[in-house]
Design a protein around this ligand. Structure first.
Ligand code: MF3
Ligand code: CO
Length: 249
C-alpha cells in the first residue's frame, strides 16, 4: 500500500477523531488510582469512546480482545486488560487508545504515574514525551521519515535511555495502520519525503534499560527483556506546508 494524502474532508474527520481521543485520555488519566483493575480502565475507555459515537479502533483488531491497551511498569505496549490485575501506588501505566470516527482513525498513547513514583520513573515519562516533540520538529516538508526517528533516538539516548526497535509508528487514516512505517530510531534509508496531507502516528516507546523486548504467551503483551521500566507517548499528527498539527492533543 502506498502513503495516502488526505483531502480536506478527510482531514476534518481526522481532526474530530483526534479531538475525541484527547478527551478519552484526559478522562482515563483521572481514574487511574491504586486498587482499580486494568479491565476497569478498558471498560471506562470503551464507554467514553462509544459515548461520542465512535468505535474503539483496537477492539478485535487482528484479534486484540479489548479497546484500550494497558501496559504497566515493564509493559511496553499492547498489554491486555484483566479483571485480576490491580494497579498499585508507584506504578507507571501506559494507555494506548484508538477511535474510529466516521471511517477515520486516531491513535494516541500516554504514560501515567500512580501516586508517588520514583524520580527515575518520572524522568523516563518526561523524556519519552519530550522525544515525541523532538521528533516532530522534522515532521514537515523538506524532511524525510528517517529524520523523525533519528531525532527521537538521539534525544532518548542522550538521556541514558533506549528506544524500542521491534515496533514502530505508522501512517493512519481510514486504516489504523497505513504506510509508511515510522521507526523511532536511525536507519540508513532516508525513507519517504514528508508531504502535506499525510497523517502519521508517531509513537516513541522508551526503555529505562536495554531496548530489547519480548512477547508474553498471550501473544500480545510486549515487555522489556531486562525487566526495566518502559514508557510510551503517541499522537496522530497532520503534515502541513508548515508546522505539523497534533490532532490528538
Ligand atoms: N498504537 C498501537 C499500534 O499502533 C495500537 C495497536 S493495538 C492493537 O500498534 F490492538 F490494535 F493492535
Ligand atoms: Co499506533
Amino acid at each position: 500500500m502506498s502513503v495516502t494524502i488526505k483531502s480536506g474532508r478527510e482531514i476534518e474527520l481526522m481532526k474530530e477523531a483526534g479531538r475525541i481521543l484527547a478527551i478519552v485520555h484526559e478522562e482515563l488519566g483521572k481514574i487511574i488510582k491504586p486498587g482499580i483493575t486494568t479491565l476497569d480502565i478498558d471498560r471506562k475507555g470503551e464507554e467514553i469512546i462509544r459515548s461520542y459515537g465512535c468505535i474503539p479502533s483496537f477492539l478485535n483488531y487482528s484479534g486484540y480482545p479489548a479497546s484500550i491497551c494497558v501496559s504497566v511498569n515493564d509493559g511496553v505496549v499492547h498489554g491486555i486488560p484483566r479483571d485480576d490485575y490491580y494497579i498499585e501506588e508507584g506504578d507507571i501505566v501506559s494507555l494506548d487508545a484508538g477511535v474510529l470516527y466516521k471511517g477515520y482513525h486516531s491513535d494516541a498513547a500516554r504514560t501515567w504515574a500512580v501516586g508517588e513514583i520514583s524520580d527515575n520513573a518520572k524522568r523516563l515519562i518526561e523524556v519519552t514525551k519530550q522525544s515525541f516533540f523532538e521528533g516532530i520538529k522534522y515532521a514537515k516538508p523538506g524532511y524525510h521519515i528517517n529524520d523523525i526517528g533519528s531525532a527521537i533516538q538521539k534525544f532518548v539516548e542522550d538521556h541514558g535511555y533506549s528506544v524500542v526497535r521491534q515496533l514502530t509508528g505508522h501512517g493512519i487514516g481510514s486504516a489504523l495502520h497505513e504506510d509508511p512505517q515510522i521507526p523511532n530510531f536511525h536507519q540508513r534509508r532516508r525513507g519517504k519525503k514528508l508531504e502535506p496531507g499525510m497523517t502519521l502516528a508517531i509513537e516513541p516507546m522508551v526503555n529505562e534499560g536495554h531496548y530489547d523486548v519480548c512477547w508474553l504467551d498471550d501473544d500480545w503483551t510486549v515487555v522489556t527483556a531486562d525487566g526495566s521500566l518502559s514508557a510510551h507517548y503517541e499522537n496522530t499528527i497532520l503534515i502541513t506546508e508548515d508546522e505539523p498539527i497534533i490532532l490528538s492533543i
